[in-house]
Design a protein around this ligand. Sequence first.
Ligand code: 0X9
Ligand code: ZN
Length: 306
Amino acid sequence: KEGWDYYMRHNEIEEFIRSRPSTGDITVSVETIGTSYEGRNITAVKLSTSPTNSRGILIDANIHAREWITSATATWIINEFVTKPAQYGDLLDGVDYYIIPMVNPDGYEHCHTADRMWRKTRSVNAGSSCLGCDPNRNFPFQFGGEGTSSVPCSDIFKGDHALSESETKALSDYIVRLAGDENVDVRAYLTFHSYGQLWLLPWGYTAGTYPDDYEDQLSLGQAAIAALAGVHNTQYVTGSGADVLYGVGGASDDYGKFSGIKYSVTVEMRDDDEYGFVLPPDQIIPNAQEIMAALRVVAARVRDEA
Ligand code: 0X9
Ligand code: ZN
């Protein structure tokens, strides 16, 4: 077994992240940003090639338990950066990366041990025998809006209140901390989901609403998916999350934008509809390679714009 020809378990991902050494070329800083309901670590990795970098890109993965390709892609990107930083100067020069490969470890492990199609967290709901809420309905922006449910057994249950989950609280605290740090300038937030091959822009809470800088969002999205398609000819679609897919209140993408991160994107990875969430592991590396091409375009924008 090599790291990306199968889907690592949460403990393997943790072990992988925590054993990456800093080198003369790249500094790796690992931080536990929270603990899941069942007590697993939620871990962020910062990768930096220069102490004077300030612009940053935030990436998270596996907010949804069954979307395994997302954490596999995140760890592949980390591995590429730490093992061959010289090959990725165009991504690493002037830009720091803040990567959380596994936001929902309880749900992910539940997929491995009991129910491959689990989506939510695994917390107990008062008065219900159904566990968990949809972490991507649990953020404090348009909480309880379109595409959410108040029924604990629903797969889109929004939770008892915004940030009711330790997993979303950990991510939210991290976003707020980075956004408020005067030494950090996070310009892009990519939240990795699957599937559908979509590059989803704000606003996602309802159709037909756009932030003032939507033209910038769209031009970057179009450039990113064009670069992505150049690798393995995988076709993505971009547009607002609500226009292209459906409106969602309390999602992390809009919350990132609301928190002041200019480019906030939900990336719905492979595939289109053949395997869906159960993407064969031989697609991990091709998926990651094309995402890296899109990330290169994002990094250039983050580095170069005013
Ligand atoms: O429904 C979701 O949370 C996302 N799709 S998924 O199949 N990965 O569950 C889409 C969220 C897009 N964002 C917004 N519409 N705000
Ligand atoms: Zn998802």
